[in-house]
Design a protein around this ligand. Sequence first.
Ligand SMILES: Cc1cc2nc3c(=O)[nH]c(=O)nc-3n(C[C@H](O)[C@H](O)[C@H](O)COP(=O)(O)OP(=O)(O)OC[C@H]3O[C@@H](n4cnc5c(N)ncnc54)[C@H](O)[C@@H]3O)c2cc1C
Length: 442
Amino acid sequence: MYTALRLQQKLKQELGRGEAEITVVTPDPYMTYQPFLPEAAAGSISPRHVVVPLRRVLPHCRVVVGEVTAVDHAERSATLTTLATDEEGTGPRQLTYDELVLAPGSVSRTLPIPGLADHAIGFKTVEEAIGLRNHVIEQMDIASSTRDPAIRDAALTFVFVGGGYAGVEALGELEDMARYTTRYYHNVKPQDMRWILVEASDRILPEVGADMGRYTVSELRRRNIDVRLETRLESCADRIAVLSDGARFPTRTVVWTAGVKPHPLLAATDLPLNARGRLKCTPELTIDGVTHAWAAGDAAAVPDVTAGEPGKETAPNAQHAVRQAKVLGDNIVRSLRGEPLRPYSHTYVGSVASLGLHQGVAYVYGRKLQGYPAWFMHRAYHLSRVPTFNRKARVLAEWTLSGLFKREIVSLGSLEHPRAEFELAAGGKPSDESSGDPKGSS
Ligand SMILES: Cc1cc2nc3c(=O)[nH]c(=O)nc-3n(C[C@H](O)[C@H](O)[C@H](O)COP(=O)(O)OP(=O)(O)OC[C@H]3O[C@@H](n4cnc5c(N)ncnc54)[C@H](O)[C@@H]3O)c2cc1C
């Protein structure tokens, strides 16, 4: 989105004269601002304000809702499926181009753990974040209404695997939301819930440095969150989370946030990949060894020219992705105009993370912050970063309103099954019953 936005600004005249055309292929007609997903899960921001509608911000681009399944760059051709090709049954179609920008991001890195594919949920999309929120509140309803202690314990046990940004922020925000929500239940108390964070290495949140990582562990433990370092999830079959330290927890919630891997689309191209499967790039954001192909973000292995050590690549995070996108847009325009390209250079400034309302941790420009100041910095930083003035205003309004009124504690899980009630009324059987499983499978 940022590259297309930049091209749209810089190629205004060419676009107007029909000399240039920008096509954006995207499975969803919106861009997701992922750093806001934990707050969306907590109900502090409504889901539609975490996303930016592409058709609105890219009025001079052709937005095609579909998925690129392969790229034959030698032929300058991408294979794509769209809702229409599925409907027509015509099979994938080809899209030819002059310049290619490949930025499909990353996907969750999973392991062949028994039960994982059946019972776990990721935390990368707005659907997952909202599905998880609904699921957590639904578990509290189940716990409140069951007379079976085993069902109650499993409903109130929440296991998060992976102590990076996504895992720690999602757990911090959801636990905070659930603890607040218990005040509206006559028989569910904060101490009845069990929140567990499982991390394979000996630290969490490496992005904020070792000291702040340690602070985060002690802060989460102070909140009664069971943080288990150097521990792995070995199985979650039969709804029992089995850990490498021998612990077993019956649970209906396993959230998998144990890292990302390059998008599988990259392997379906004739473009060069590095050992980790990311696109080999030059500092100018061209794909190494080919012409007219560009990449940025999580999918791109871009040399970090600020690191001073050869072979170091920029980390897969939003801080680099957004800045690379702008340089990439500018470089495409420079190449079209025969001007020299500029390298991407950005020194990592640090990170901020939220651990729930009024709680956070930050390491920015070598300064360490914790608690309220870090949380405030987290909000201020992301408000400044979320695209479009429209979104900034809406998010700010929501934060202001939630400061004045009480938090929303409603679960709208039935939104995921809108036809269920009608199907019952019409005498049929609901096709996809709400099962209390975050993935919707029973
Ligand atoms: C919960 C969470 C919190 C995070 N918090 C932070 C943070 O605080 N700070 C930070 O710096 N980073 C953070 N990150 C990481 C950051 O969001 C990513 O590094 C960043 O989004 C990468 O940008 P990208 O453009 O490469 O990929 P993405 O943002 O993932 O965009 C890729 C796009 O390509 C589309 N796509 C995928 N496949 C296809 C296909 N086959 N055809 C067409 N289009 C396709 C996708 O739908 C998507 O829209 C967080 C990530 C998560 C999940």
